[in-house]
Ligand binder design. Sequence first.
Ligand code: FSX
Ligand code: SF4
Ligand code: F3S
Length: 360
Amino acid sequence: MPITINEFIDDPKCNRRSFLKACTITAAALGLSDAMIPRLVEAAANPQRPPVVWLHFQECTGCTESLVRGSHPDIARLILDIISLDYHETLMAAAGHQAEKQLHETMEKYQGKYLCVVEGGIPTKDNGIYCKIAGRTAMDILAEVSSKSAAVIAIGNCATYGGIQAADPNPTGAVGVWDLVHDVPVINVAGCPPNPISFLGTVLHYLTFKRLPPTDQLGRPLFAYGRKIHDQCERRAHFDEGRFAERFGDTGHLAGYCLYKVGCKGPETYANCPAVRFNDVGVWPVGVGHGCIGCTEPGFWDTMTPFYERLPNVPIPGGGGIVASAESTGKKILAVAGAAVGIHAAVGIGKRIVKGKSEK
Ligand code: FSX
Ligand code: SF4
Ligand code: F3S
Protein backbone atom coordinates (compact mmCIF):
# COMPACT_ATOMS: atom_id res chain seq x y z
CA MET A 1 0.00 0.00 0.00
CA PRO A 2 1.42 3.41 -0.87
CA ILE A 3 1.62 5.69 2.12
CA THR A 4 -0.32 8.96 2.18
CA ILE A 5 1.37 12.28 1.65
CA ASN A 6 1.02 13.10 5.35
CA GLU A 7 2.54 9.78 6.40
CA PHE A 8 5.30 10.48 3.92
CA ILE A 9 5.97 13.93 5.36
CA ASP A 10 5.89 12.58 8.92
CA ASP A 11 8.03 9.54 8.16
CA PRO A 12 11.37 10.18 9.84
CA LYS A 13 13.15 8.54 6.91
CA CYS A 14 11.26 10.52 4.27
CA ASN A 15 10.29 13.59 6.20
CA ARG A 16 9.11 16.98 5.13
CA ARG A 17 12.63 17.95 4.25
CA SER A 18 12.81 15.09 1.75
CA PHE A 19 9.42 16.03 0.37
CA LEU A 20 10.50 19.62 -0.12
CA LYS A 21 13.79 18.47 -1.60
CA ALA A 22 11.99 16.37 -4.20
CA CYS A 23 9.68 19.29 -5.04
CA THR A 24 12.67 21.65 -5.27
CA ILE A 25 14.56 19.29 -7.61
CA THR A 26 11.46 19.03 -9.79
CA ALA A 27 10.87 22.79 -9.78
CA ALA A 28 14.47 23.30 -10.92
CA ALA A 29 14.01 20.71 -13.68
CA LEU A 30 10.83 22.51 -14.75
CA GLY A 31 12.79 25.76 -14.89
CA LEU A 32 10.51 27.38 -12.30
CA SER A 33 11.72 30.06 -9.91
CA ASP A 34 11.93 29.46 -6.15
CA ALA A 35 8.81 31.58 -5.80
CA MET A 36 6.82 28.83 -7.51
CA ILE A 37 7.92 26.07 -5.12
CA PRO A 38 5.06 26.69 -2.62
CA ARG A 39 2.50 26.25 -5.44
CA LEU A 40 4.18 23.06 -6.50
CA VAL A 41 4.24 21.78 -2.92
CA GLU A 42 0.58 22.68 -2.48
CA ALA A 43 -0.35 20.79 -5.65
CA ALA A 44 1.76 17.78 -4.63
CA ALA A 45 0.21 17.66 -1.16
CA ASN A 46 -3.39 17.98 -2.39
CA PRO A 47 -5.28 14.95 -1.06
CA GLN A 48 -7.40 14.96 -4.25
CA ARG A 49 -4.94 12.90 -6.23
CA PRO A 50 -5.61 12.32 -9.92
CA PRO A 51 -6.53 8.73 -10.75
CA VAL A 52 -4.07 7.14 -13.15
CA VAL A 53 -4.57 4.16 -15.44
CA TRP A 54 -1.16 2.88 -16.51
CA LEU A 55 -1.13 0.66 -19.59
CA HIS A 56 1.68 -1.67 -20.63
CA PHE A 57 2.15 -2.79 -24.22
CA GLN A 58 5.31 -3.71 -26.17
CA GLU A 59 8.19 -2.80 -23.87
CA CYS A 60 10.69 -4.02 -21.30
CA THR A 61 9.12 -2.33 -18.23
CA GLY A 62 12.34 -0.41 -17.72
CA CYS A 63 10.36 2.82 -17.53
CA THR A 64 8.38 1.62 -14.51
CA GLU A 65 11.48 0.01 -13.01
CA SER A 66 13.45 3.22 -13.28
CA LEU A 67 10.62 5.14 -11.63
CA VAL A 68 9.94 2.88 -8.69
CA ARG A 69 13.36 1.38 -8.08
CA GLY A 70 15.34 4.57 -8.46
CA SER A 71 17.98 5.09 -5.83
CA HIS A 72 16.41 8.47 -5.16
CA PRO A 73 13.68 7.47 -2.69
CA ASP A 74 12.26 10.98 -2.44
CA ILE A 75 11.48 11.10 -6.15
CA ALA A 76 10.07 7.57 -6.35
CA ARG A 77 7.92 8.08 -3.26
CA LEU A 78 6.66 11.43 -4.44
CA ILE A 79 5.64 10.02 -7.82
CA LEU A 80 3.70 7.20 -6.21
CA ASP A 81 2.03 9.52 -3.75
CA ILE A 82 0.92 12.45 -5.92
CA ILE A 83 -1.10 10.15 -8.12
CA SER A 84 -3.66 7.50 -7.31
CA LEU A 85 -2.37 4.54 -9.26
CA ASP A 86 -5.67 2.74 -9.84
CA TYR A 87 -4.48 0.34 -12.52
CA HIS A 88 -0.90 -0.73 -13.22
CA GLU A 89 -0.28 -4.29 -14.37
CA THR A 90 3.25 -4.47 -12.95
CA LEU A 91 2.53 -3.01 -9.54
CA MET A 92 -1.07 -3.92 -8.72
CA ALA A 93 -1.87 -6.92 -6.56
CA ALA A 94 -5.00 -7.74 -8.55
CA ALA A 95 -4.84 -10.04 -11.56
CA GLY A 96 -7.19 -11.48 -14.19
CA HIS A 97 -10.88 -10.58 -13.88
CA GLN A 98 -10.25 -8.60 -10.72
CA ALA A 99 -7.76 -6.36 -12.55
CA GLU A 100 -10.12 -5.92 -15.51
CA LYS A 101 -12.92 -4.95 -13.10
CA GLN A 102 -10.65 -2.35 -11.50
CA LEU A 103 -9.80 -0.89 -14.91
CA HIS A 104 -13.40 -0.53 -15.97
CA GLU A 105 -14.56 0.83 -12.63
CA THR A 106 -11.87 3.53 -12.79
CA MET A 107 -12.83 4.46 -16.35
CA GLU A 108 -16.51 4.76 -15.45
CA LYS A 109 -16.08 6.53 -12.13
CA TYR A 110 -13.51 9.07 -13.33
CA GLN A 111 -14.49 9.46 -16.97
CA GLY A 112 -12.77 12.52 -18.46
CA LYS A 113 -10.77 13.04 -15.28
CA TYR A 114 -8.14 10.31 -15.04
CA LEU A 115 -4.71 10.40 -16.59
CA CYS A 116 -3.79 7.58 -18.94
CA VAL A 117 -0.09 6.70 -18.84
CA VAL A 118 1.09 4.42 -21.64
CA GLU A 119 4.31 2.44 -21.48
CA GLY A 120 5.22 0.49 -24.60
CA GLY A 121 4.66 0.53 -28.35
CA ILE A 122 1.42 -0.46 -30.03
CA PRO A 123 1.54 -3.05 -32.84
CA THR A 124 -0.80 -2.18 -35.70
CA LYS A 125 0.03 -4.85 -38.29
CA ASP A 126 -2.59 -7.58 -38.88
CA ASN A 127 -5.15 -5.66 -36.83
CA GLY A 128 -2.80 -5.44 -33.87
CA ILE A 129 -2.79 -9.13 -32.95
CA TYR A 130 0.83 -9.06 -31.76
CA CYS A 131 -0.01 -7.63 -28.35
CA LYS A 132 -3.14 -8.77 -26.56
CA ILE A 133 -4.25 -8.41 -22.96
CA ALA A 134 -7.39 -10.13 -21.68
CA GLY A 135 -8.18 -11.13 -25.26
CA ARG A 136 -8.14 -7.57 -26.60
CA THR A 137 -5.51 -5.91 -28.75
CA ALA A 138 -3.36 -3.08 -27.45
CA MET A 139 -4.94 -0.91 -30.16
CA ASP A 140 -8.45 -1.56 -28.81
CA ILE A 141 -7.46 -1.05 -25.19
CA LEU A 142 -5.61 2.17 -25.97
CA ALA A 143 -8.54 3.53 -27.99
CA GLU A 144 -11.00 2.87 -25.19
CA VAL A 145 -8.89 3.95 -22.22
CA SER A 146 -7.44 7.07 -23.86
CA SER A 147 -10.79 8.30 -25.20
CA LYS A 148 -12.25 8.45 -21.69
CA SER A 149 -9.17 10.06 -20.12
CA ALA A 150 -8.31 13.73 -19.56
CA ALA A 151 -4.91 13.33 -21.21
CA VAL A 152 -2.34 10.71 -22.14
CA ILE A 153 1.26 10.68 -20.96
CA ALA A 154 3.33 8.41 -23.19
CA ILE A 155 6.37 7.31 -21.19
CA GLY A 156 9.47 5.90 -22.83
CA ASN A 157 10.66 5.72 -26.42
CA CYS A 158 8.39 2.72 -27.07
CA ALA A 159 5.16 4.54 -26.19
CA THR A 160 6.26 7.80 -27.77
CA TYR A 161 7.76 6.66 -31.07
CA GLY A 162 7.51 2.86 -31.16
CA GLY A 163 10.93 2.12 -29.59
CA ILE A 164 12.94 -0.98 -30.40
CA GLN A 165 9.90 -2.87 -31.72
CA ALA A 166 9.56 -0.22 -34.43
CA ALA A 167 13.16 -0.67 -35.58
CA ASP A 168 13.55 -1.72 -39.21
CA PRO A 169 11.87 -3.96 -40.39
CA ASN A 170 9.29 -3.29 -37.68
CA PRO A 171 7.67 -6.72 -38.01
CA THR A 172 4.61 -5.91 -35.92
CA GLY A 173 3.96 -2.42 -37.31
CA ALA A 174 4.67 -0.87 -33.92
CA VAL A 175 3.90 2.83 -33.48
CA GLY A 176 3.75 5.35 -30.67
CA VAL A 177 0.60 6.59 -28.94
CA TRP A 178 0.33 9.84 -30.86
CA ASP A 179 0.06 7.98 -34.15
CA LEU A 180 -3.23 6.56 -32.90
CA VAL A 181 -4.68 8.95 -30.32
CA HIS A 182 -5.96 12.28 -31.63
CA ASP A 183 -9.01 13.07 -29.49
CA VAL A 184 -7.25 13.90 -26.19
CA PRO A 185 -3.95 15.70 -25.46
CA VAL A 186 -0.88 13.45 -25.69
CA ILE A 187 2.53 14.33 -24.26
CA ASN A 188 5.72 12.41 -25.00
CA VAL A 189 8.09 11.81 -22.09
CA ALA A 190 10.74 10.24 -24.30
CA GLY A 191 13.80 8.18 -23.36
CA CYS A 192 14.72 4.54 -22.95
CA PRO A 193 13.94 4.89 -20.12
CA PRO A 194 13.21 8.56 -19.42
CA ASN A 195 14.53 10.31 -16.37
CA PRO A 196 11.94 9.89 -13.56
CA ILE A 197 12.16 13.63 -12.91
CA SER A 198 10.94 14.36 -16.44
CA PHE A 199 7.85 12.24 -15.73
CA LEU A 200 7.39 13.75 -12.27
CA GLY A 201 7.82 17.27 -13.67
CA THR A 202 5.16 16.61 -16.31
CA VAL A 203 2.67 15.35 -13.72
CA LEU A 204 3.43 18.12 -11.23
CA HIS A 205 3.07 20.75 -13.94
CA TYR A 206 -0.33 19.25 -14.80
CA LEU A 207 -1.41 19.27 -11.15
CA THR A 208 -0.11 22.78 -10.47
CA PHE A 209 -1.19 24.60 -13.63
CA LYS A 210 -4.08 22.31 -14.68
CA ARG A 211 -2.56 21.74 -18.10
CA LEU A 212 0.26 19.78 -19.68
CA PRO A 213 3.56 21.63 -20.15
CA PRO A 214 4.46 23.19 -23.54
CA THR A 215 6.09 20.80 -26.00
CA ASP A 216 8.36 20.72 -29.05
CA GLN A 217 7.27 19.47 -32.49
CA LEU A 218 7.79 15.91 -31.29
CA GLY A 219 5.37 16.31 -28.41
CA ARG A 220 8.11 16.32 -25.77
CA PRO A 221 7.90 18.74 -22.83
CA LEU A 222 10.27 21.61 -23.54
CA PHE A 223 11.42 21.85 -19.94
CA ALA A 224 13.11 18.45 -20.34
CA TYR A 225 13.78 18.20 -24.09
CA GLY A 226 14.33 21.82 -25.11
CA ARG A 227 18.13 21.68 -25.44
CA LYS A 228 20.70 19.42 -27.03
CA ILE A 229 22.78 17.12 -24.86
CA HIS A 230 25.84 18.51 -26.66
CA ASP A 231 25.10 22.07 -25.51
CA GLN A 232 24.95 21.08 -21.84
CA CYS A 233 27.69 18.43 -21.72
CA GLU A 234 30.55 18.67 -19.25
CA ARG A 235 32.89 17.32 -21.97
CA ARG A 236 31.98 20.12 -24.39
CA ALA A 237 35.18 22.08 -23.69
CA HIS A 238 37.15 19.04 -24.89
CA PHE A 239 35.05 18.90 -28.05
CA ASP A 240 35.62 22.61 -28.67
CA GLU A 241 39.37 22.19 -28.20
CA GLY A 242 39.55 19.07 -30.38
CA ARG A 243 40.39 16.62 -27.57
CA PHE A 244 38.72 13.27 -28.22
CA ALA A 245 38.73 9.70 -27.00
CA GLU A 246 39.72 7.78 -30.16
CA ARG A 247 38.94 4.38 -28.64
CA PHE A 248 37.41 3.16 -25.40
CA GLY A 249 40.18 2.74 -22.83
CA ASP A 250 42.74 4.96 -24.57
CA THR A 251 44.42 7.85 -22.80
CA GLY A 252 41.85 10.32 -24.14
CA HIS A 253 39.02 8.20 -22.78
CA LEU A 254 40.73 7.84 -19.42
CA ALA A 255 41.32 11.60 -19.34
CA GLY A 256 37.61 12.26 -19.78
CA TYR A 257 37.82 13.72 -23.28
CA CYS A 258 34.88 14.12 -25.65
CA LEU A 259 33.23 10.86 -26.79
CA TYR A 260 32.14 12.07 -30.22
CA LYS A 261 34.62 9.87 -32.10
CA VAL A 262 33.52 6.75 -30.22
CA GLY A 263 29.93 7.36 -31.26
CA CYS A 264 28.35 9.91 -28.94
CA LYS A 265 25.04 11.13 -30.41
CA GLY A 266 24.82 14.14 -28.08
CA PRO A 267 25.08 16.61 -31.01
CA GLU A 268 21.73 15.33 -32.35
CA THR A 269 19.87 14.50 -29.17
CA TYR A 270 17.54 16.69 -27.14
CA ALA A 271 17.29 15.88 -23.43
CA ASN A 272 18.17 17.18 -19.98
CA CYS A 273 20.43 14.28 -18.91
CA PRO A 274 23.59 16.39 -18.31
CA ALA A 275 21.65 18.80 -16.11
CA VAL A 276 19.21 16.53 -14.26
CA ARG A 277 21.17 13.26 -14.28
CA PHE A 278 19.99 9.95 -12.91
CA ASN A 279 19.53 8.51 -9.45
CA ASP A 280 20.98 10.31 -6.46
CA VAL A 281 24.63 9.92 -7.38
CA GLY A 282 24.63 12.38 -10.26
CA VAL A 283 25.41 9.95 -13.07
CA TRP A 284 24.45 10.01 -16.73
CA PRO A 285 25.77 8.01 -19.71
CA VAL A 286 28.41 10.47 -20.94
CA GLY A 287 29.42 11.27 -17.37
CA VAL A 288 30.42 7.64 -16.82
CA GLY A 289 32.29 7.31 -20.11
CA HIS A 290 29.73 6.02 -22.63
CA GLY A 291 28.43 8.11 -25.49
CA CYS A 292 24.80 9.17 -25.65
CA ILE A 293 22.90 6.80 -27.97
CA GLY A 294 20.10 9.28 -28.63
CA CYS A 295 17.42 7.41 -26.72
CA THR A 296 15.01 10.36 -26.61
CA GLU A 297 14.81 10.68 -30.39
CA PRO A 298 12.28 9.01 -32.72
CA GLY A 299 13.59 5.90 -34.43
CA PHE A 300 16.93 6.00 -32.62
CA TRP A 301 17.47 2.26 -33.12
CA ASP A 302 17.65 3.00 -36.86
CA THR A 303 18.90 6.58 -37.08
CA MET A 304 21.51 6.47 -34.29
CA THR A 305 23.08 3.13 -35.13
CA PRO A 306 25.83 1.98 -35.34
CA PHE A 307 26.08 3.30 -31.81
CA TYR A 308 29.89 3.22 -31.81
CA GLU A 309 30.45 5.09 -35.05
CA ARG A 310 30.73 8.85 -35.12
CA LEU A 311 27.93 11.02 -36.46
CA PRO A 312 28.55 12.37 -39.94
CA ASN A 313 28.83 16.04 -40.78
CA VAL A 314 29.51 17.42 -37.34
CA PRO A 315 31.80 20.45 -37.66
CA ILE A 316 34.73 20.08 -35.29
CA PRO A 317 36.18 23.37 -34.07
CA GLY A 318 39.93 23.93 -34.11
CA GLY A 319 40.63 23.03 -37.71
CA GLY A 320 39.03 19.58 -37.72
CA GLY A 321 36.60 20.60 -40.44
CA ILE A 322 33.60 18.47 -41.27
CA VAL A 323 33.94 14.88 -40.22
CA ALA A 324 32.63 12.90 -43.17
CA SER A 325 34.08 9.51 -42.48
CA ALA A 326 30.97 7.98 -40.98
CA GLU A 327 29.23 7.60 -44.28
CA SER A 328 27.47 4.41 -43.32
CA THR A 329 25.72 6.17 -40.46
CA GLY A 330 24.81 9.11 -42.67
CA LYS A 331 23.41 6.91 -45.40
CA LYS A 332 21.41 4.99 -42.86
CA ILE A 333 19.88 8.15 -41.45
CA LEU A 334 18.89 9.34 -44.92
CA ALA A 335 17.56 5.94 -45.92
CA VAL A 336 15.40 5.68 -42.86
CA ALA A 337 14.12 9.22 -43.30
CA GLY A 338 13.15 8.42 -46.88
CA ALA A 339 11.41 5.19 -46.04
CA ALA A 340 9.74 6.52 -42.87
CA VAL A 341 9.93 3.06 -41.39
CA GLY A 342 7.61 3.35 -38.43
CA ILE A 343 9.16 6.60 -37.24
CA HIS A 344 8.38 10.25 -37.54
CA ALA A 345 11.56 11.64 -39.00
CA ALA A 346 15.31 11.45 -38.96
CA VAL A 347 17.35 13.95 -37.05
CA GLY A 348 19.28 16.74 -38.77
CA ILE A 349 22.11 18.70 -37.25
CA GLY A 350 20.95 22.03 -35.94
CA LYS A 351 17.35 21.63 -36.95
CA ARG A 352 14.40 20.20 -35.11
CA ILE A 353 12.45 17.31 -36.43
CA VAL A 354 9.06 17.87 -37.99
CA LYS A 355 6.45 15.27 -37.26
CA GLY A 356 5.29 13.07 -40.08
CA LYS A 357 3.14 10.00 -40.21
CA SER A 358 4.56 6.55 -40.00
CA GLU A 359 3.55 3.60 -42.09
CA LYS A 360 0.87 1.48 -40.58
FE1 FSX B 1 10.74 1.06 -23.98
FE2 FSX B 1 9.86 1.34 -21.29
FE3 FSX B 1 13.10 1.41 -23.25
FE4 FSX B 1 12.20 -0.32 -21.77
O1 FSX B 1 8.77 0.23 -20.76
S1 FSX B 1 11.58 3.00 -23.57
S2 FSX B 1 12.35 -0.60 -24.03
S3 FSX B 1 13.63 1.21 -21.13
O2 FSX B 1 11.01 0.23 -20.51
O3 FSX B 1 9.19 1.27 -22.96
FE1 SF4 C 1 29.57 15.62 -24.83
FE2 SF4 C 1 29.05 13.83 -26.70
FE3 SF4 C 1 29.03 16.43 -27.31
FE4 SF4 C 1 31.34 15.20 -26.79
S1 SF4 C 1 29.93 14.79 -28.54
S2 SF4 C 1 30.68 17.19 -25.99
S3 SF4 C 1 30.73 13.72 -25.20
S4 SF4 C 1 27.64 15.37 -25.93
FE1 F3S D 1 19.45 8.65 -23.43
FE2 F3S D 1 21.51 10.08 -24.30
FE3 F3S D 1 20.35 10.71 -22.03
S1 F3S D 1 21.27 7.86 -24.41
S2 F3S D 1 19.72 8.74 -21.24
S3 F3S D 1 19.42 10.80 -24.07
S4 F3S D 1 22.52 10.80 -22.48
